[in-house]
Design a protein around this ligand. Sequence first.
Ligand code: CMC
Length: 436
Amino acid sequence: MKLSDNKATLSFSNGKAAVELPVYEGTMGPDVIDIRKLYGQTGMFTYDPGFLSTASCQSAITYIDGDKGELLYRGYPIEQLATNCDYLETCYLLLYGELPNATQKAEFDERVTRHTMVNEQMQFFLRGFRRDAHPMAILTGLVGGLSAFYHDSTDINNPEHREIAAIRLIAKMPTLVAMAYKYGIGAPYMYPQNNLSYAGNFLRMMFGNPCEEYKVNPVLERAMDRIFILHADHEQNASTSTVRLCGSSGTNPFAAIAAGVACLWGPAHGGANEACLNMLEDIQRNGGVAKVGEFMEKVKDKSSGVKLMGFGHRVYKNYDPRAKLMQETCNEVLAELGLEKDPLFALAKQLEKIALEDDYFVQRKLYPNVDFYSGIVQRAIGIPVNLFTGIFALARTVGWIAQLNEMISDPEYKIGRPRQLFTGHAPRQVQPIGQR
Ligand code: CMC
C-alpha cells in the first residue's frame, strides 16, 4: 500500500477543527482514505452499514472492476484461467501468488490428492445428523468438526499449521460434500480415488457406487472444474469477510472456514444458486416462458418481495464475467447430455433477455451473476438443488483460506471490532418488578 501525495481534509460545520487524513493508493481501483486515527483525533466514528464505502483490509489476491465486469485472480483474467488452467493450478495461484510450473503443479496435485481421505471417525459424526438435513447444515458442522480431528494444524499463528490446514481443507471438502450427499440418499460413501483429477474424483465420489467401475465423462469433469475455478475467490464478499473476522480472534482455520460456510448459506450470497433454480422451476410449473412477463412485473413491484435470483451484485454493475463463462459451460454440458432443449435453460435465457432490455434492470445496472446459469449446469450433471451451495463452499474454501492466511501474515492485522452508533436508552434505573 503506497502513501499518496493526495490528502483528504475533513471539516465540520460546528467549528470543530478540520482534520487531515492520509490517502493510500493500491495497484488498481479506488484509493482509500485512512481513518484509523479519526476517533483519536475527533472522538467520532464513521458510519457505513453493509461496508458500502469501507475497505476492511489490504489484499493482493483478487481484483474486481465492477463497472468493466472484470475479475482477476492475482492479476490473471478469470477468462484465461478458466480456459487454460485447472482448479488446482488456480488454488496454487491463490495460495502462493504465482501459477505453478510443471514440477510445482505435480507436487501440489500429489499433496492435495494424498489428503483427500477424512478420518474414518467422521462418518460416525455424520451419522448424528438426520438423513433429511440440509447439506449446508451438515457441512457447517463437519467443517467445524475437522478441528477436532486434525488438532495438529489448529495454531493459526504457526505458518506450518496454516499451510497444512489449507491443503487439508482443499483436499477434504469434496470428500465431505460427497459424503453429505451419499448420507442423505442412504448410499454408501465412496473413498477418493487417487488416479483421478480433483473434479473427476469428486464426480466419482458423488455418482459412483462400490459395485461397478465409474467412468468420468470428460465434458462433465471439465464443467465441474470450471464451476470450481469460477467460485474460487471473490475478494471481500460476506463469507470471506466473515472468515477474516472470525479468524482475527486467533481461532483455528477449520473454525474460521466453518463460519464462512455458514455465511455462504444465505440466499443473498451462496444460497442464490439454489434460490435461482427453485425460482426457475417455479415459473416453469406455472406456465414457463409464457409467464415470464407476469413474473417480471412481480419482480419490479417492490411490495411483492420477489427478486430475480441470480441477478444483481454489490460490485458488478456490468455483466458478471463468470456468468458468461458459465453460460458457455451450460451450452457444452446440455449438448453433451442431449438436453439442448432443456426448458429451464430456455426460460433462463428468456428472463435474461427481458431483464437486459427492461428499464428497471437497466437503470439499476442489474446483470446476471454467476449463479444465474450455474444451477442449470449442476442440475444437468445430476447434482441435487440443495447441494448447490455446498459445491460453492467446496470451491470457495481455497479463497477463504488464502484470504485468512494473507490476513494473519499482514503486520497491520488486528482483531476485527466494528464500532456502533448507539440509539438505545440513555442510563435509567431498574424499577422493582411491581412498579414496571
Ligand atoms: N431483483 C430485483 N431487484 C433487484 C435485484 C434483483 N435480483 N437485485 C437488486 N435489485 C434492486 C434493489 O431492490 C434495489 O432497488 P432500489 O434502488 O429501487 O431500492 C437496487 O436494485 C439495488 O440493489 P441493492 O439490494 O441495494 O444492492 P445490494 O448491493 O445491497 O445487493 C444483491 C446485491 C446480490 C444482494 C442483490 O442484487 C440480490 O439480492 N440479488 C439476488 C440474489 C443473488 O443473485 N445473489 C447472488 C450474488 S452473486 C454470488 C455471490 O457472490 O454470492
